[in-house]
Design a protein. Structure first.
Length: 230
């Protein structure tokens, strides 16, 4: 799947803007209620956001007014400066992003190091796409339910072997769960903390979902995802 495919409908209220692996673009979520729309993750860059929003407009849908960040990694957050409305993340996410923002502002070499760090990054930022890092507008320290109008988004803190700032987004009316990259090992070593994986598995097991959407793969059934994480 790639960005030219446009939005892919998952259920009555949920779509994804599918992953684009050559640019390391993850799946972006879109949840629509009668009152507002919510996005899951802000993408890799302003270019990623523009492509996502073009796909939303092509379906005649409103732009999201809130974007929830699943974790701090660049492919999920470096588009935050370009999104419509407000952004929401854990305090740990904002701490990471504020530190990166500071480092990049103080040292242009840090920006260049990022731009040359990987072929996927070079593809994403080809043609002079700017690197802009900002923290989220608002932080979340405990689980929260957001009423979108006829449908709800449950924002849940979770353990994860990938990072220390994971957020899950669950849509109970549609039985769809967004998990970001929560099941992956720690980047860049990919070391697996099996205790955190077990905690994630317990969390997901207790959620009444039919579909699980992670960052860099096609949607899973819950049974497939649980087989993946134990």
């Amino acid at each position: 799947m790639n960005r030219k495919a446009g939005l892919h409908r998952i259920s009555e209220h949920v779509w994804i803007f599918p992953l684009d692996s050559p640019k390391d673009r993850p799946n972006l979520g879109y949840i629509l209620g009668s009152g507002m729309a919510l996005a899951v993750d802000a993408g890799h860059s302003s270019s990623h956001v523009e492509d996502f929003y073009d796909a939303v407009r092509a379906e005649g849908l409103p732009l999201p007014e809130l974007t929830v960040i699943t974790h701090w990694h660049w492919d999920h957050t470096y588009g935050m400066h370009a999104v419509n409305g407000k952004t929401l993340a854990r305090p740990e996410t904002n701490a990471r992003l504020a530190a990166i923002q500071r480092e990049m502002s103080e040292s242009p070499e840090k920006v260049q190091a990022f731009l040359t760090s990987d072929p996927t990054v070079r593809r994403e930022y080809a043609g002079g796409v700017p690197v802009v890092v900002v923290p989220a507008d608002e932080t979340i320290r405990e689980d929260r339910t957001i009423d979108l109008g006829g449908v709800t988004a449950k924002i849940m803190l979770s353990e994860s072997p990938h990072t220390d700032d994971a957020l899950l987004v669950y849509v109970p009316e549609d039985r769809v769960l967004f998990v970001g990259d929560a099941q992956l090992g720690e980047f860049p070593s990919w070391r697996m903390d099996w205790g955190r994986m077990a905690a994630l598995a317990q969390k997901v097991r207790g959620i009444d979902a039919d579909v699980v959407i992670d960052g860099h793969w096609k949607p899973y059934t819950k049974e497939e995802y649980m087989a993946e994480i134990g």
